[in-house]
Design a binder for this molecule. Structure first.
Ligand code: ATP
Ligand code: MN
Length: 481
């Protein structure tokens, strides 16, 4: 007999004479009630064991974490909280789980402990829910872009360019470390390496993505990216997934509209498809915040917060306006910020971003038109800016509790302006010859952005550490599993 998923059993339209379920024991109470979970839903199905007619030896093997197969009638449950339960007639242990040794006991574990057991934490309610929401969100990403006719592009993971400048890179090499070939002046001779040149793991697919947008019109990437920065924060991973749409003929306004519409779509999608998981995660967050002082607790519960993002436009604020707000705000005047904002031109730190979003505007914020010299070379220089106060058509989207979730821009489409900028920054034109070709042949206005997928999952699940929304996190000093 084929087994039926727990989710389908719980949603059955009627009682059934005989069903089979397979899953893992969450708890076993009173030698009688198994809470069985198979990952198809946050909910367990209760399986009632006829303990009087079951051997002690078998009963002892029904332990938390064991894999079991149960067969019996699906009957209406007398207990509270579930419509159906299984009246077990046959129980088979598929895989034992030693209760002395199984780390995921039915009690509260710290998130740190669970991270150390990332291969088993997914058997808990919270991590099951998070990973299902993550999966649904990634489907929503594809669904949004595919519905709109975007072409999905797989940009290379091993890249031959290091000019993007988005972050420190991991080198990819097949050279031996003990006998590294050297050039005459003592440098590593990459000509002898696998690719005949220096290569790295990608920090962004943007530059390659732009070339595709200039042929296919609207494209998106969704793949892993790598940054070797030593930023040990709750918002940074060394390996994370990025979504990068790029659209020909879009200006910065269009780019903001796209980002806002996209984020609202995927959140709505998750709310519709993951309501039970999100309700559970809302409860988890409330519980976690009980131990925090009132001032640090969220003003809204998780579902309310997600709904708020759907119903309200993101506030669009220029960098210059943001600086005025920050210069005059209380934490700046009272020197509560680590970095005091004095002048136009200052790079915003996450403390400033969070002040704007969480304290000042109290909603998602799109900051745009940043000073040219704190942003990347490929961003479109604004016309008519004063010398020394040049700005570029950049935008960052800031979210409450997260900070930057999106970074994007209108791209510099003018060949001469782009080349001048690259020269000023010492970026090798020869290496980016193919990128410059897009500006030589049929150049046009175009825009795009990068959204860190894990930061989106953080926001939607209400988790607070990025290590808890990716299956096996890679961070400085940590690559277990
Ligand atoms: P941050 O200032 O937060 O370090 P960034 O400006 O370096 O980010 P971008 O290069 O603009 O980031 O990358 C685009 C998006 O990718 C960011 O808005 C963010 O959502 C995500 N992102 C960037 N770095 C990381 C990282 N190390 N881990 C997870 N997500 C990241
Ligand atoms: Mn950025």
């Amino acid at each position: 007999m084929r087994h039926t998923k727990v989710k389908d059993l719980l949603n059955s339209v009627s009682t059934l004479q005989e069903v089979n379920a397979k899953g893992w024991v969450r708890t076993f109470r009173n030698n009688q009630f198994i809470a069985l979970n198979d990952g198809s839903t946050i909910n367990n199905i209760q399986c009632v064991v006829d303990f009087e007619n079951t051997s002690d030896e078998l009963l002892k093997r029904i332990t938390t974490g064991a894999a079991v197969s149960v067969t019996g009638a699906l009957v209406e449950s007398k207990g509270a909280g579930q419509k159906y339960e299984i009246q077990v007639s046959t129980l088979e242990i598929l895989g034992d789980s030693d209760p002395e040794k199984f780390p995921m006991q039915p009690k509260k574990h710290s998130l740190e402990f669970l991270r150390e057991n990332a291969h088993l934490r997914v058997r808990t309610n919270a991590f099951g829910a998070i990973m299902r929401v993550r999966s649904v969100l990634s489907f929503a990403v594809h669904s949004y872009f595919q519905e709109k006719g975007f072409v999905y592009v797989n940009t290379p993971i091993i890249t031959g360019s290091d000019a993007e400048g988005a972050g420190e890179m991991f080198k990819v090499t097949a050279l031996p470390f003990d006998k590294t070939p050297r050039t005459e002046d003592g440098k590593v001779n990459y000509k002898e390496d696998f690719f005949g040149k220096e290569t790295n793991l990608t920090v962004s697919g943007q530059l390659e993505g732009e070339t595709f947008a200039m042929a296919l019109g609207q494209i998106y990437t969704f793949g892993p990216t790598f940054r070797a920065e030593n930023s040990n924060t709750s918002r940074h991973l060394a390996e994370f997934w990025m979504i990068e749409p790029e659209v020909a003929f879009n200006d910065l306004e269009d780019n903001m509209d796209l980002a806002e519409d996209f984020i609202q779509y995927v959140i709505k999608y998750a709310l519709e498809k993951c309501s039970e998981d999100l309700k559970f995660l809302e409860g988890r967050l409330l519980e976690e915040e009980k131990s925090k002082p009132q001032a640090e607790r969220s003003e809204m519960a998780l579902l309310e917060k997600l709904d708020f993002v759907l119903k309200n436009n993101f506030k669009r604020v220029s960098y210059t306006e943001a600086i005025d707000i920050l210069r005059d705000c209380t934490p700046n005047k009272k020197k509560k910020f680590n970095y005091i904002i004095n002048e136009w031109g200052a790079d915003l730190q996450s403390e400033h971003e969070r002040y704007l979003v969480e304290k000042h505007f109290k909603c998602p914020v799109i900051l745009f038109d940043y000073p040219a010299n704190i942003k990347a070379f490929y961003m479109r220089l604004n016309d008519n800016t004063e010398p020394g106060k040049e700005t570029v058509r950049a935008m960052d989207i800031l979210f409450p509790g997260i900070g930057e979730i999106v970074g994007g821009s209108q791209r510099e489409e003018r060949f001469e302006v782009l080349v001048k900028k690259m020269k000023a920054l010492g970026i090798d034109q020869e290496e980016l010859w193919w990128y410059l070709d897009t500006r030589k042949f049929g150049s046009a206005v175009h825009s795009g952005f990068g959204l860190g997928f894990e930061r989106l999952v953080l926001f939607v699940t209400g988790m607070t550490n990025i290590r808890d929304v990716i299956p096996f996190p890679r961070t400085p000093g940590s690559a277990e599993f």
